[in-house]
Structures are given as C-alpha cells and as structure tokens.
Design a protein around this ligand. Structure first.
Ligand SMILES: [Zn+2]
Length: 164
C-alpha cells in the first residue's frame, strides 16, 4: 500500500489528509466561518472539532450547525476520488460540496424544536443609588411558526415604581 500522499508526497496520515496537506488547508480556508479554523496550533482532531464550535457561521452561506464534519467528509471523499479513480477536484469545489451537502442534510431533517442556548449573564451591578436612576428590564421572545418577535421593556425608578 502506498503510504505517500498522492497530492504532495508527504506521509499519508489522517492528520495530513484532513488538515496539513496544501489541498486540505486550501479547502479549510473556504470554510463558511467568520475566520479560518486554526489548524496548526490545535493538536488533535477532537481539539480541532472543539475549536470549530467557537467559529461563527456566516449567514450568506445559509447553513446552520457546524461545517467541520462536512469539510472533513468532502476532503476525505476528494482524497478517495483522486486515489482510486484519478479524479481531481479543486479546493473551491470541495468546499462547495461540503456546504451543499450540509444544506441538503439540513433540508431533509424533520422540524424539531431546538433548545435555546443558555446565556449566562454577569450579575447586575448598580453603579449608583441616585434617586434619579432609571432601571430598564427587557425581554424578548421568538415565535417560529409566526416568524414573529415580541419585545417588551419596563422602566422603573429606584423604588421599583413604573415609569412611562
Ligand atoms: Zn499531501
């Protein structure tokens, strides 16, 4: 069995194929995130996967969820096509296949209620006890079946009396 990468001749390891080969790095640079995934300083596959959850998906790509497994999958498929069928694919088409596969997968999933992400707020801090201070309490809700948002605010003074 040939243990050298067919693209560059380096030792063919999973890490090399998925992350370190020039082709793979080019594919990762087309990932649908606000910044590229840092592949060099994160050592293991699972640490890279974990780091990918901190990336923000760019809305124009129209995908939700993490693109990391989809990019791994299409890089691996591109490797197999090259190795077994001598079929070449560009980094851009490989990245595009990952995004389209993710969108296709998402489109056939049944609509399930998603749990709201937990938001941990810092404890409130009162900067002063001025009698002129006004407090604002606000809340919002989202009703997905109506595609509508509701927003409410209550203003109170330091005695918790409502203001206009
Ligand atoms: Zn290579």
């Amino acid at each position: 069995m040939n243990t050298k990468c067919k693209r560059c001749g380096a030792l063919q390891t999973i890490e090399h194929i998925l992350f370190h080969c020039r082709f793979a790095r080019d594919v990762w640079n087309y990932g649908p995130w606000n910044s590229p995934l840092n592949l060099s300083q994160v050592s293991s596959f699972f640490k890279k996967l974990h780091a990918s959850y901190n990336l923000i998906m760019l809305p124009p790509f129209g995908v939700l969820g993490n693109a990391f497994p989809w990019l791994c999958w299409t890089i691996w498929i591109a490797r197999n096509h090259l190795l077994f069928e001598n079929r070449h694919a560009s980094a851009t088409s490989t990245a595009l296949k990952a995004i389209l596969a993710q969108k296709e997968w998402k489109s056939v999933q049944p609509n399930r209620p998603r749990s709201s992400p937990k938001v941990i707020l810092p404890p409130p801090q009162v900067l002063s006890n001025s009698p002129h201070m006004v407090f604002c309490k606000t809340d919002a809700s989202w009703k997905s079946d109506l595609q509508a948002v509701g927003l409410a605010r209550i203003f109170t003074d330091h005695n918790a009396k409502r203001r206009a």
